[in-house]
Design a protein around this ligand. Structure first.
Ligand SMILES: [Zn+2]
Length: 94
């Protein structure tokens, strides 16, 4: 089972926390405050990464499109984009 996808609100909350902790660290530099900020930054990073899930094609235009079965040098995993670039269209796209 995969972890649930963080929502934008989760990211926003972590970013708000990092801002608050950054101000505190600036006002009162302390190793523990720095560690706390770093922890909050890592949580924000995880939330940001969770907003994007890679697709089989890795293509933003065709995330659910067919996957290139035999990629050539310079190809992507997206069969539709590769076909467009080569000037051919795969059967699935017609
Ligand atoms: Zn594509």
């Amino acid at each position: 089972m995969t972890a649930p996808r963080p929502d934008y609100e989760t990211l926003r909350t972590h970013l708000d926390t990092t801002q608050r902790l950054g101000r505190l660290l600036y006002a009162s530099p302390h190793p523990a405050a720095c560690d706390e900020l770093i922890g909050a930054l890592k949580a924000a990073l995880r939330a940001a990464q969770g907003l994007y899930r890679p697709t089989a094609t890795g293509c933003l235009t065709h995330p659910a499109g067919p996957v290139e079965p035999e990629p050539q040098p310079g190809d992507t995993r997206c069969l539709l984009c590769n076909g467009r670039r080569r000037g051919t269209r795969p059967r699935e796209a017609r």
